[in-house]
Design a protein around this ligand. Structure first.
Ligand SMILES: CC(C)(COP(=O)(O)OP(=O)(O)OC[C@H]1O[C@@H](n2cnc3c(N)ncnc32)[C@H](O)[C@@H]1OP(=O)(O)O)[C@@H](O)C(=O)NCCC(=O)NCCS
Length: 205
């Protein structure tokens, strides 16, 4: 039996579970803090406070299915500090170039494309049908949302969130802790953390 515990119990976790299934896991459990449900789809939801240590002792693999970057980082770091085996999950229908490096705890969804020369950090989400082109440097706990795209030689700092359908033009840097709104188009370097929306993207806070 191949067992995995998915931290969280949201809709995003169901997509992560699908990728786990595609990777041969046949025993899947969600683990949430103070869960309000017993089952999510076909799989049980366990209580982090009472059950986490058991799953670690029973040598489950782990992945964090939480969208918020800061919470995702906190939970992944907690797991690693307890000696849990945090894995990287890639859907078989993602196209990842031969020399791409991918950090611990990163999840790559179906239809995503990651092109040569790109480095992706720890705890990232490269979501459904997103593309990350050649020679990108993507920091830790970055979320490239569904259908968003980065062109060649883009750098994104830790904890950034590129919203659904957003685009980053080539040779640009985005500093850590930026949210790029749905549908935004980034055409200049971003050097201040904050939220950016629109075409071209502009800072709103
Ligand atoms: C950018 C974002 C984070 C801002 O959220 P927020 O801080 O709660 O902002 P609000 O919803 O209060 O919107 C503030 C203003 O910006 C506008 N706005 C918000 N997001 C926008 C966007 N993506 N593009 C254009 N305008 C946007 C709102 O219409 C509102 O305008 P108003 O003041 O004239 O009414 C959010 O709107 C967004 O785009 N999130 C991405 C969601 C996503 O990609 N989910 C997919 C996960 S896979």
């Amino acid at each position: 039996m191949k067992s995995i515990a998915i931290m969280g119990a949201s809709g995003h976790c169901k997509v992560v579970a699908e990728i786990a299934l595609e990777n041969g896991y046949d025993n899947i459990v969600f683990v949430d803090l103070n869960p309000t449900i017993d089952m999510l789809g076909e799989y049980p939801v366990a209580d982090e406070d009472t059950d986490l240590e058991n799953f670690i002792n029973e040598k489950y693999d782990f992945i964090v299915g939480i969208g918020d970057a800061k919470i995702r980082r906190k939970v992944q770091e907690k797991l690693l500090s307890k000696g849990a085996n945090v894995v990287t999950l890639i859907h078989p229908a993602a196209a990842i170039a031969y020399d791409v490096s991918i950090g611990t705890g990163t999840v790559i969804m179906a239809g995503a494309v990651v092109n040569p020369g790109t480095k992706i950090g720890d705890g990232c989400i490269i979501n459904t049908c997103a593309s990350v082109d050649h020679d990108n440097t993507i920091g830790d706990y970055v979320h490239i949302s569904v259908g968003s795209h980065t062109a060649g030689t883009v750098a994104m700092g830790d904890n950034c969130w590129l919203g659904i359908g957003a685009v980053v033009s080539n040779n640009l840097s985005i500093c850590a802790d930026c949210t790029i709104g749905a549908g935004a188009v980034v055409v200049k370097n971003i050097i201040k953390p904050g939220t950016y929306i629109g075409v071209p993207a502009r800072k709103i806070d």
